[in-house]
Design a protein around this ligand. Structure first.
Ligand SMILES: C[S@@+](CC[C@H](N)C(=O)[O-])C[C@H]1O[C@@H](n2cnc3c(N)ncnc32)[C@H](O)[C@@H]1O
Length: 326
């Protein structure tokens, strides 16, 4: 596998491919109108807003990885059990801020990772973090739309795609691209989650019981419209694309954090980011109630003691058959 140098940032050849919103997990970016914001960055203001939004997303991705670190590490161990130790060439597809990249480098100590993302801004952050961790010689950023091609990437031992496959316009075509980028016998691991995590009990906001459930329901409708492949049956799609499924599992995770820590920040970032997407989709009284959870007042999620983070995560590990040519 080669590791091409990323194209110059802001290159018009690398306009953002998709228009998906952020509503999921708080993992993706939503603009203030609740629409996706992957439009061309040819206006200064828009570019500035987009960068700001990507910073917020990167921060959330880092918090997610911190809170669910044991789960991420267990996923890495599961992959290593299937892959064996001889994993040298890895692709992190839709790498974001690099949480997967760094977990992969830790698990596979002699591997190099090509971190692919369509966002130059994310790759800049990832590159900075890699340097701060003294891992820059093992990380190769590649700005590319993985739904179109993985330029220069061949003979990979492992492709890791966390919370990124559902962004692809045509998942079957993307699975074909990944299949070709792997060596025969190489693995693809897809990690996905079931949408926005939950943080509060139904009666947490007494004047609006069931608030979070209604927000979640509205987001699900939005996902169905904007990110239709979220919640796809990746096992079936992998089989159709010629992969052999080695492992598939779903886990419901529950964290009971101490008040005042990362979970509060994570809940705050998530709820703040979904608010724009919910305008016109939930009762204005629900939006007002949501504001009380993030506005620094007594009900703010950053300092309440009743947060419980629930999230369901799925993992598929599949192999390109060894007899599938070269
Ligand atoms: C929800 S984030 C997940 C990031 C990271 N994998 C993680 O789990 O923390 C999805 C990432 O996929 C990237 N992405 C979306 N569509 C893409 C595409 N077509 N090609 C490459 N990257 C893409 C986004 O820019 C974003 O950084």
């Amino acid at each position: 596998m080669t590791h091409p140098t990323p194209a110059p940032h802001g290159s018009p050849a690398h306009s953002q491919p998709h228009g998906h919103g952020s509503h999921e997990l708080g993992h993706d970016a939503t603009d203030s109108h609740g629409h996706g914001t992957h439009a061309r960055e040819d206006h200064g203001t828009h570019a500035h807003e987009h960068a700001h939004e990507q910073d917020g997303l990167a921060e959330l991705l880092d918090l997610d990885a911190e809170l669910f670190a044991p789960y991420l590490a267990a996923s890495m161990r599961s992959i290593a059990e299937v892959a064996g130790d001889d994993v040298k060439r890895i692709v992190d597809l839709g790498a974001g801020s690099g949480t997967g990249t760094f977990a992969l480098l830790k698990q596979f100590s002699s591997a190099q990772v090509t971190a692919v993302d369509s966002s130059a801004h994310m790759l800049e952050q990832l590159t900075r973090t890699a340097a701060a961790k003294n891992l820059d010689s093992r990380v190769h950023p590649l700005e590319a739309d993985a739904g179109t091609s993985l330029p220069g990437v061949t003979d990979a031992d492992l492709v890791w795609a966390s919370a990124s496959m559902h962004h692809m316009d045509d998942p079957t075509a993307t699975l074909g691209i990944i299949f070709k980028a792997l060596r025969p016998g190489g693995l693809l691991a897809i990690a996905e989650l079931d949408g926005m995590p939950r943080f509060l009990a139904d009666d947490a906001v007494p004047e609006r019981p069931g608030l979070e459930g209604r927000c979640r329901e509205a987001l699900t409708t939005l996902h169905d419209e904007e990110v239709p492949h979220m919640g796809a049956d990746w096992g079936a799609l992998l089989a159709q694309a010629g992969f052999t499924l080695e492992e598939e599992r779903a886990e419901s995770l529950e964290l009971r954090p101490q008040p005042g820590g990362s979970a509060g920040l994570y809940a705050h970032g998530t709820l703040t980011r979904i608010r724009g997407a919910l305008v016109g989709r939930v009762d204005p009284a629900d939006l007002e109630a949501l504001d009380t959870l993030v506005n620094g007042g007594p009900a703010d999620v950053r300092h309440r003691d009743d947060l419980v983070v629930h999230s369901t995560r799925q993992l598929w590990i599949a192999r390109r058959p060894t007899d599938s040519g070269s």
